[in-house]
Design a protein around this ligand. Structure first.
Ligand code: HEC
Ligand code: HEC
Length: 488
């Protein structure tokens, strides 16, 4: 009988032990520096408003951009931005003293990552004149933000051959000193994986590169097509239906049991469903931590249900507004302050551009509902029927929802009261100085041109026809009506 000499056995054990220790240490370091989840700092959740603007909803896991890559990209690829000024050129409001623009979240999962939340599209900036400081209103339409430019920017940077470890590391080394482990991680994992992930999105974003489609421009996105191509990975079709970012305050007004629906074409049953689906859209993947995700959804639902619309910030002529109420009751209340409000008005009746309706079907709704259910998430969900018209809009806070109609084709409330043939055929969206005379943002002139994106009503999905209600009223009644609308 042969037996292994003692020294050999011991040597073997020691080797194993060392390997185990190294393995464990390596595993620990990999977990600690690659995946360990750290909470955001306390200031982020100090107030509901701060949480809405900067709080993570869990998107850093799959849609997060490593912080230092996010930081150096605009310096390395300024030509891929819509203009000078880094991320600000995309019209994203940026508060003084904040490290990131509104709607961008920073969270450390192993290493700091940047993602987005609802505020990137649902926070408005407005100024009372060109010299005033911007007011930021949460849950208001993000009318200045060019999300299409942001989506394109990420893909375009990642596709560029200059997006590689050598170049990015030398840029990053100019702005920070990463330690040895982070340098290794960035070079061999973080940069190549980020590149691959972003390039992978290009196919799903194919329609935002189509030359025959107009840009969404500031303050709009093509929400149902985003759902189709990302959540249910449907084949690309020829539809295009960019819509204005809506306000999302005071969601308690929607009563699903009274037949009211959300989204412009009444595509979804209730606020909880829309919030859940929107949050899944932001994550771009099933939630890594479902309980945590549902906690964010519940918080958003609670917060947005009761959040009040903002008051009109300029003086209102009260007696004129009172006269305007009578005009409103006679001409508008039948749809905007009645049992019809929040329900679908057939497109033939309202007469507005139908492209948005044609981006979605009951079949897509069924597939999307199944995809969400398969993630183990319960909600009433999307309406499984083809859309037929547009929701008679609630007009709370309507002064801040310019430009108007689902596609944002009409710059001001005054233009809304003109027949379509007399509404502007070309204007600029996304300048944030308010025009109290017409009730809307300034949309013509050199300043609007410099800040905004051009809107042309003859492009697909951009039609400004229809909704010719109140257009034949005498001028005095129109003025009174506008004054009243400011008070809502
Ligand atoms: C990339 C921009 C974007 C992001 C991010 C975004 N939304 Fe939206 N949201 C939109 C657009 C555009 C619509 C209108 C879609 C339509 O009906 O065509 C919308 C619609 C809604 C509506 C329906 C409003 C109504 O009155 O019908 C709610 C509620 C909503 N979003 C909540 C959220 C929440 C909560 C989040 C974050 C979890 C979020 N959204 C993230 C752009 C965005
Ligand atoms: C027959 C029903 C009906 C009547 C009457 C009506 N509206 Fe509307 N209104 C709608 C519908 C439907 C929409 C959404 C259309 C769309 O976005 O394509 C809408 C949209 C609007 C919007 C844009 C909302 C937004 O967020 O962009 C405003 C402002 C508005 N209506 C004001 C009025 C005023 C003022 C009157 C009276 C002079 C009036 N409406 C009469 C059905 C009506």
């Amino acid at each position: 009988m042969t037996s292994t000499p003692f020294w050999k056995r011991t040597w073997f054990k020691i080797t194993l032990l060392v390997a185990a220790v190294l393995g464990t240490a390596g595993g620990y370091i990999a977990w600690d520096r690659g995946f360990r989840v750290h909470p955001q700092p306390d200031w982020v959740t100090a107030t509901p408003e701060m949480r809405f603007k900067y709080g993570s909803i869990g998107a850093e896991h799959d849609a997060g951009i490593p912080y230092w890559i996010f930081y150096v990209m605009p310096r390395m690829f300024p030509e891929k931005l819509p203009g000078p000024g880094g991320y600000a050129s995309m019209g994203i409001p940026w508060e003084a003293g904040q490290e990131l623009p509104v709607g961008f979240t920073k969270k450390t999962i192993g290493f700091p990552r940047v993602a987005t939340n609802c505020a990137v599209c649902h926070t408005a900036s407005y100024r009372t004149n060109a010299d005033a400081t911007p007011n930021l209103i949460v849950a208001a339409p993000g009318h200045t933000t060019n999300v299409e430019a942001y989506f394109r920017f990420l893909v375009d940077c990642a596709k560029d051959p200059r997006f590689n470890a050598d170049n990015l590391m030398s840029e990053i080394n100019l702005v920070t000193k990463l330690d040895f482990i982070d340098r290794l991680l960035y070079r061999f994992f973080v940069i190549p994986i980020t590149k691959q992930r972003l390039v992978e999105r290009e196919k799903q974003f194919a329609w935002i590169y189509r030359k025959d489609f107009a840009d969404w421009g500031r303050g709009r996105d093509d929400a149902m097509n985003l759902t189709k191509y990302f959540l249910i990975q449907q084949f690309m079709d020829d539809s295009l239906g960019p819509t204005d970012m809506p306000s999302i305050w005071n969601l308690q007004k929607y009563k699903w049991d009274k037949g009211m629906r959300l989204n412009y074409a009444g595509d979804s049953h209730d606020a909880y469903s829309v919030i859940t689906d929107s949050a899944l859209g932001v994550l771009g993947a099933p939630p890594a931590d479902k309980q945590n995700f549902l906690g964010h959804v519940a918080w958003l639902h609670e917060y947005l249900t009761k959040l009040a619309p903002p008051k009109y910030p300029f003086p209102v002529d009260q007696s004129r507004a009172a006269a305007g109420k009578a005009v409103f009751d006679a001409s508008c209340a039948g749809c905007h302050a009645s049992a019809r409000t929040g329900t679908v008005v057939p497109v033939a009746e309202v007469g507005t551009d139908r492209s948005r309706i044609d981006t979605w079907t009951g079949k897509s709704a069924g597939a999307a509902n199944k995809a969400v259910k398969d993630m183990g998430i319960e909600r009433k969900g999307l309406v499984e029927a083809d859309p037929t018209g547009y929701i008679a809009a609630f007009l709370d806070g309507i002064w801040l929802k310019a430009p108007y109609l689902h596609n944002g084709s009409v710059p001001s409330l005054r233009d809304m009261l003109e027949p379509a043939a007399k509404r502007p055929r070309e204007f600029y969206r996304g300048y944030d100085v308010y025009d109290p005379t017409n009730a809307g943002f300034i949309s013509q002139g050199p300043k609007a041109e410099r800040a905004g994106t051009k809107y042309e009503v003859e492009r697909k999905g951009n039609g400004n026809q229809g909704h010719e209600f109140g257009v034949a009223l005498p001028q005095q009644d129109k003025d009174a009506l506008i004054e009243y609308l400011k008070t809502l």
